[in-house]
Design a binder for this molecule. Structure first.
Ligand code: HEM
Length: 485
């Protein structure tokens, strides 16, 4: 039969980027949907890439046909040697993924995440105190904060004091190794698969990958052994590690698989969260009216006698709407984590070959004017509120109201914990502090230039100032922090 591929550009501006090798900003422009429609097909180095430009098609393929759209791209050096398939978010669709997925979903479900509120609440207060003291490096504060939260959630470790903590450095190195390994052109073996059989003493890439697999396994095994020791001593505080260890019979994971799964939830949950916070601060500075409205809500609901807690969030609809709006608006994970099709498929007369890399174009879907209106590119939390000021469902059948957590069987299992962190952070930071641009800051704030690195995109660095909103704010934060010591 005639194979009618979806439309797409012929020559492409090629830039070496993780997994896709095409210019990210060009791909993420709303113009692409006007040019090519809801499905856009590119061929890069002989590899087919389908970019999905609408919620309708993303749901049709990645959710309604999830049996053949839930795989991930496979790499020889990455999957076989560097990680032995143990990186949950990049592992193929099969038995191991299923054994990882169930505990991840259950361990971070809506009903379990309240166990982690005390950790998130304490960390929100620590973040507010840190931002008053040394504002210039927001990124460092956000990163320390996000890693510290997920380390406590996974292992019940005490808060890490600095972004330069050796545990964080080890994890960040690991994340960088992962993204480097899957960069197009990084490993010749991807183009000449027979090279996988070269003995490692003749192949440095293989030797290195095997070496790091052992090191990374040891790191995550060591971290989890702390929870093993705690449980042996009768210390049983809720953590993802403890959930796994206490349900070994149910989850059927080997010790090494357990250690990697907890490590994977760590690597998936750190930079995504801290980067979203960084975009939030930037867009907040660009929209002073949003800050004023959030603070009016906080003053009315929480008052000035104590910082907010999770118990306040149900009465803070504007803050909760802001969580949705930041996730919708921010370009943190602009193409999600790629899916791969595991069988030939036809969709509305178009052919999608087996093995096609599938990228949901998050910014295009999240800025769809048919769903979000003509002002879809504007940061405006109020779009998620109804006439009574309550949070409303904006996107059909999708409670979170945006595409940023991905789709189908691969949808982000960390989404409830991520929403909790963002909610309590926004409430606590805006209760205590007013964020401003410093006097004499030059030029316009640049909210439109994501700096891509691996699967995530960062804002260009910017300056800000955090000013306590009232005299007792700091004292009250410190007093509240003592409750968690
Ligand atoms: C703002 C924060 C976050 C954003 C924007 C985000 C976004 C995403 C996206 C787009 C995907 C891909 C879904 C797909 O393939 O369709 C994903 C997957 C995943 N996320 Fe998140 N995430 C966030 C926070 C977290 C946190 C805090 C954790 C861990 C606690 C986490 C763990 C994971 C894991 C393990 C996967 C892979 C699931 C699989 O392959 O089956 N994420 N996330």
């Amino acid at each position: 039969a005639f194979r009618n591929l979806p439309p797409g550009p012929k020559g492409l501006p090629l830039v070496g980027n993780i997994l896709l090798a095409a210019d990210n900003d060009w791909l993420a422009s709303p113009q692409r949907k006007d040019d090519y429609g809801e499905l856009m097909y590119l061929s890069v180095f002989g590899k087919g890439i389908l970019v999905i430009n609408s919620q309708r098609v993303a749901v049709d393929l990645l959710e309604k046909r999830s049996n053949i759209y839930s795989d991930r791209p496979r790499y020889i050096s990455f999957n076989e040697f560097l990680t032995e398939n143990l990186t949950f978010f990049l592992t193929g669709y099969g038995d191991l993924w299923r054994r990882f997925r169930r505990p991840a979903v259950e361990g971070f479900s809506k009903s379990v995440v309240p166990d982690f509120y005390p950790i998130q609440n304490r960390e929100a207060i620590m973040l507010a105190l840190a931002l008053v003291k040394s504002p210039p490096s927001a990124k460092r504060h956000f990163r320390r904060h996000a890693w510290s939260i997920i380390l406590s959630i996974n292992y019940r470790l005490p808060p890490v004091e600095s972004e330069d903590d050796p545990v964080i450095i080890g994890i960040v190195d690991h994340v960088e190794r992962l993204s480097h390994e899957v960069e197009p052109g990084a490993r010749l073996v991807e183009y000449f698969p027979w090279m996988r059989y070269i003995p490692s003493r003749f192949a440095k890439w293989k030797r290195d990958a095997q070496y790091w697999f052992v090191q990374d396994s040891l790191r995550y095994e060591r971290l989890l052994s702390k929870v093993v020791d705690d449980l042996a001593k009768g210390i049983d505080q809720p953590s993802f590690g403890a959930t796994l260890l206490k349900n070994q019979g149910k989850y059927r994971l080997s010790e090494r698989e357990q250690a990697w799964l907890v490590g994977d939830m760590l690597t998936a949950g750190g930079e995504t969260t801290s980067n979203t916070l960084h975009w939030w601060l930037l867009v907040l500075l660009a929209h002073p009216e949003v800050q004023v409205r959030a603070q009016a809500e906080l003053d009315e609901v929480v008052g000035y006698a104590r910082p907010p807690t999770f118990a306040d969030l149900p009465s803070l609809p504007y803050i909760r709407a802001m969580v949705k709006e930041v996730l919708r608006w921010s370009p943190t994970v602009p193409f999600g984590i790629p899916h791969t099709s595991s069988a030939d498929d036809w969709y509305e007369g178009m052919f999608i070959p087996k093995g096609t890399l599938i990228l949901p174009n998050m910014r295009v879907v999240n800025f769809d004017t048919a769903v979000f209106g003509a002002d879809s590119a504007r940061f405006n939390p109020a779009r998620y509120l109804d006439e009574k000021g309550q949070v409303k469902v904006v996107m059909d059948g999708r409670e979170e109201g945006h595409a940023s957590f991905g789709y189908g069987r691969r949808v982000c299992p960390g989404r409830f914990v991520a929403e909790g962190t963002l909610g309590i952070d926004f409430a606590t930071l805006l209760w205590a502090l007013r964020f401003e641009r410093p006097e004499g800051a030059k030029g316009e704030l640049d909210v439109n230039t994501p700096v891509h690195s691996g699967l995530v995109a960062h804002p260009v660095p910017f300056e800000f100032k955090a000013v306590p909103r009232f005299a007792e704010a700091e004292t009250l934060l410190k007093a509240a922090l003592d409750l968690y010591e």
